[in-house]
Design a protein. Structure first.
Length: 279
């Protein structure tokens, strides 16, 4: 597999890869610069970390920046957004008011139009409460932030992350692929996915498989016959000493995963346990 380095995609997009690779960000954060080929004005999605070389790389391809959009508030996507926008005399549009610059927000159903380019906003909560995706009809593509990654699967970190909302968002994106002819995923981390519908089918199946594994682990650890009975043995408090805890479930379900990732896995397990308890 060749290394992911970003590049130009479709008729409208350039991905500038931030040099912030780590276990959670994969190769780094993808900043997307969107522009109609006949226009000098661009939209910058997720300017990312405050790293001088990264900002310079964005500016080298962005031209006249008309707007900055955020898929969600996580630091690796949003850190430099306000400073970058101030430098270019534009606003930052986000669902969470705390991350905006200027008076314009951003929400489901909005359409951002710049120089012939249209970006359609789709509310996709779950990874975070404020997660948005952006459909670019001109290229049959959807920018998913961390809702769908270019490699592996995303963390739904309880309590901001909500599994029920996340599953609903995946189902909505899956339906949009057929309804709006979306074929490509431009993710917040990792390489472009050329089979959007296939990726979303996999994501939905993977979540259901993990959920079943978590349910089985809870029942087994509690030594109870049903999930309803087993959940009475659950203790979400850290270091509780109970038989059924998020960490004990992680140790069973994620036994084949590098323990360095168990902290992130535990956040997802907490979201799964909360979902099971509410069903």
């Amino acid at each position: 597999m060749s290394a992911w380095v970003g590049g130009t995609f479709g008729s409208t997009a350039t991905c500038v890869l931030a040099p912030n690779a780590n276990i959670m960000t994969l190769d780094g954060t993808n900043t997307w610069v969107l522009r109609d080929p006949d226009s000098s004005r661009s939209v910058v999605v997720d300017p990312g970390p405050d790293i001088d070389s990264h900002v310079a790389a964005i500016e080298a391809v962005a031209g006249d920046v008309a707007a900055v959009l955020l898929t969600h508030h996580h630091f690796d996507h949003s850190e430099v957004a306000k400073a970058f926008a101030e430098r270019h005399g534009c606003g930052v549009r986000a669902l969470d008011p705390g991350y905006r610059l200027g008076t314009e927000g951003l929400g489901d159903g909005d359409v951002v139009s710049v120089g012939g380019l249209e970006v359609h906003v789709v509310g996709t909560p779950g990874h975070t409460a404020d997660s948005l995706s952006f459909v670019v009809p001109a290229d049959g593509a959807v920018l998913t932030g961390d809702t769908v990654l270019g490699r592996g699967t995303t963390v739904v970190a309880h309590p901001d992350g909500q599994l029920g909302a996340y599953l609903g968002s995946l189902e909505r994106l899956h339906a949009l692929c057929g309804e709006q002819g979306i074929t490509t995923v431009w993710p917040g981390h990792g390489p472009v996915i050329e089979d959007a519908q296939g990726a979303l089918t996999y994501y939905l199946a993977h979540r259901q498989e993990r959920l079943a594994q978590v349910e089985e682990a809870v029942v087994s650890l509690a030594e109870r016959a049903t999930l309803t009975d087993a959940l009475t043995e659950l203790d979400l408090a850290p270091g509780s000493g109970a038989t059924v805890t998020p960490r004990s479930v992680v140790e069973r379900v994620y036994a084949d995963v590098d323990p360095v990732l168990w902290g992130a896995a535990e956040l997802s397990v907490r979201a799964q346990l909360a979902y099971l308890a509410e069903r």
